[in-house]
Design a protein around this ligand. Sequence first.
Ligand code: BES
Ligand code: ZN
Ligand code: ZN
Length: 497
Amino acid sequence: MQITLATQPFAALETEALVTYVFEDTDPIQGRIAEIDQATGGLLRKLAQSGEVTGKTLEFTLIHAPAGLKAARLFLVGAGKREPFNSATLRKISGAALRYLKSRGVHNFAFAVRENAAAEDAAQAIVEGAITADFETDKYKTDKKADKFVDSVSLAGFSAAEKSAGEKGLNKGRIIAEAQNFARDLVNEPSNKLTPRILAEKAEAMAREAGLAIDILDDRKITDLKMGALLSVAQGSIEPPRVIVVTYTPANTKPGSPVIGLVGKAVTFDTGGISIKPADGMEKMKYDMAGGATMLGVMRALAALKPNVKVICVVPATENMPGGRAQKPGDIQTAMSGKTIEVLNTDAEGRLILADAITYAKQLGVTHIVDAATLTGAIVVALANINVGVFGSADQSWTDKLLASAKAAGEKMWQMPMDEEYREFVKGSFADLQNIGSGKGGGSITGAWFIREFAGDTPWIHLDIAGTAWNDDPKPWLAKGPTGVSLRTLVHLVMSY
Ligand code: BES
Ligand code: ZN
Ligand code: ZN
């Protein structure tokens, strides 16, 4: 999809559809949109007066052959009230417009930004909205609708003076959204098409193309490193595990500078192991590698955006299978750190593989850690599919940075408590730790505390994306399936470091 900036007046834009947005609480024709109203001889005012256009959030009005415009269609999207309007709203509007027009066979459109929106972050949001909305999950369908595509979008409403800010936002938006779609593509792959080895190959191809350093640890290396927690999960499968390590090094690093560690859970299929999951809905467990996919996507974006800080990404990848060699409830494992773990439930495997990945990341020299994982069903109970669960260690300033980045990136995240009292839940009876609590509730916090035991004193944040990484119902701006959640926040976090 080609995306360019257009500086012509709205009425002069030759396009299949001119898209803009109207607010709910103010005179719908107020501001720059008056330009369109005048050119069309008061069409917008008539629509508003008749009550057909109210500006309610994502209300769609499509007008064919609008007199006075060069555009073949005029498409109005409701933006809701002017007050909470921000770049997150703009992202949704542009995404919803793309999906609406694409499904009707429109191949190109111009998106007219309004007053106060011809800026870098607005351009970035509109581009992110369009590119992420364009993503489809029909890769394995043989009867794809070949005529339904958008091949070019132009952003209109930028003056000559605003052009360079617009271009900057456009490029940034494209890099980030394409990285998000890269992650979503990985998440969408079924487990027979994405084993740990295939994930490692795909990561290698990405790193090579992006110019990032990559190291793949195979099962022998993993054994040499004594990653007993990861191996305990992997031993039930005939597919060997991998640890994918991708490194971004800025042009000039000073010794002693911070190094950010991004650790992502990649269980390419989670059956639960011997503590097997019910059959109903198990197919969804192909997305249990979304944390790892997100981190690989973040690295892909960083390679192009070139932050000033070194970043090391560690993705432990394995299947979690039952079988003759599978670990059994009650087994005691020794993690790479030397801590012993009583595995009371083999389905609480994400925290096991993250334990060793975090130990390894620390050995590589990371000074700050963020992990992302589809870790618990309990986070779905607590926050549904709306907010990512955020868990932090004692260094609240690191967590605050992440929460500020989430806000800026338009991703909903909510910090959960990490009181010391919860720590008791993971203290083991027969080993140092146990991998689940004893039925007292707080399942997501228990999982987070288990991981925190391995982060130790290193500032650490855990993102539980189990509820938010997969979209069960299609949204007007996003297809059903993988969301790529938390990628934009993490890119923002690293870029603002
Ligand atoms: N991958 C699951 C968590 C999950 C649940 C992800 C729902 C996406 C949607 C994880 O490995 C798991 O099975 N967790 C268990 C932990 C429990 C045994 C303490 C869970 O949440 O039930
Ligand atoms: Zn599990
Ligand atoms: Zn899992």
